[in-house]
Design a protein around this ligand. Structure first.
Ligand SMILES: Cc1ncc(COP(=O)(O)O)c(C=O)c1O
Length: 295
């Protein structure tokens, strides 16, 4: 039985209910975070909480919770559930108000909800992963102009993901003004001539915690990287294409619009990064480092 958190209470997920007048339900008026948990440790929690605060500020909300309050919430949820690897989904909406009104009400109580979902077991060796045949299409980014806010309003992302599935691919890389920005729920990286390239932060993509982490891993291991725009056509010239997120970690893409990337297998730079990431997780399991350890 999965235990969730709702407005100060830890209850069975099936028992968690919110009023139909909740603005999250009526307007998609809310933001969220997804935090991976390895060996009972929330991974990069402070980066997720910083981004949550930025998302809240962008939609004219702020909450009194301290870093410690969020850590306690996550830890209590982790204690109640017994997953080896998992993620915490944390959502804040502006809450319910007595009538449906576009104006932000001054007196609504936010709704704070969190639940956990299992993640697949750690695969130390990249050969053992089942993610070697991931393909994507490209499509015009039909989302709004504030993709830097981690808003719960994800209908366009869902439609773009569905578009990929309908054409036999796994995900969609989004293109705006001729430039590839990110995928429907992950950031984008390519590798050319040994250099890792990812689009610079802007209002057209989410500042991924994993994106930041990968750039610091690259820096630590002396792998050159650039943050610069990626024209759509450059995807097909890349030696490697990856998608990254807190739950997918680093996912190698082997086909873009039916064109094979590299030799059609996860490339050597991905393999290095994958192993650095897994070694770090292994050290977390051994208790040698904390989820906040700096590289
Ligand atoms: C649109 C989008 N971009 C990027 C990401 C990756 O962010 P993170 O690495 O913080 O999970 C996500 C994660 O859900 C996302 O939804």
């Amino acid at each position: 039985m999965s235990i969730a958190y709702l407005n100060g209470h830890y209850i069975e997920l099936e028992q968690a209910k919110v009023p139909v007048l909740d603005r999250g339900f009526l307007f998609g008026d809310g933001v969220y975070e997804v935090i991976p948990v390895y060996a009972g440790n929330p991974f990069r929690l402070s980066s997720h909480i910083n981004r949550l605060r930025k998302s809240l500020a962008a939609i004219y909300m702020s909450l009194p919770q301290s870093d410690e309050d969020w850590l306690n919430l996550c830890n209590t949820l982790i204690e109640h559930n017994h997953y080896e690897n998992a993620s915490v989904y944390l959502q804040v909406t502006r809450g319910a108000y007595v009538e449906r009104h576009h104006d932000f009400p001054e007196l609504s109580e936010p709704t704070i909800f969190a639940m956990m979902s299992p993640l697949p077991p750690v695969q130390k060796s990249w050969q053992a992963t089942d993610i070697k045949d991931f393909s994507v299409i490209t499509a015009e980014d039909i989302r709004w102009q504030r993709c830097d806010i981690k808003a719960i309003t994800l209908l366009a992302n869902c439609m773009l993901r569905q578009q990929a599935l309908e054409s036999g691919a796994d995900d969609t890389i989004l293109v705006r003004n001729g430039e590839a920005s990110e995928a429907t729920s992950s950031n984008l990286f390519i590798v050319r001539d040994g250099v890792i390239i990812t689009p610079p932060l802007s209002e057209h993509l989410l500042a991924g915690v994993t994106r930041e982490f990968i750039l610091s891993l690259a820096q630590q291991h002396g792998i050159p990287y650039e943050e610069r725009p990626i024209p759509e056509h450059e995807l097909l010239l890349a030696d490697e294409v990856w998608l990254t997120s807190s739950t997918k970690e680093i996912r190698p893409v082997v086909r873009v619009n039916d064109v094979t990337i590299g030799n059609g297998e996860p490339g050597p730079v991905w393999r290095r990064m994958y192993e650095y990431y897994q070694v770090l997780k292994e050290r977390l399991y051994l208790g040698e480092i904390s989820g906040e350890a700096q590289l």
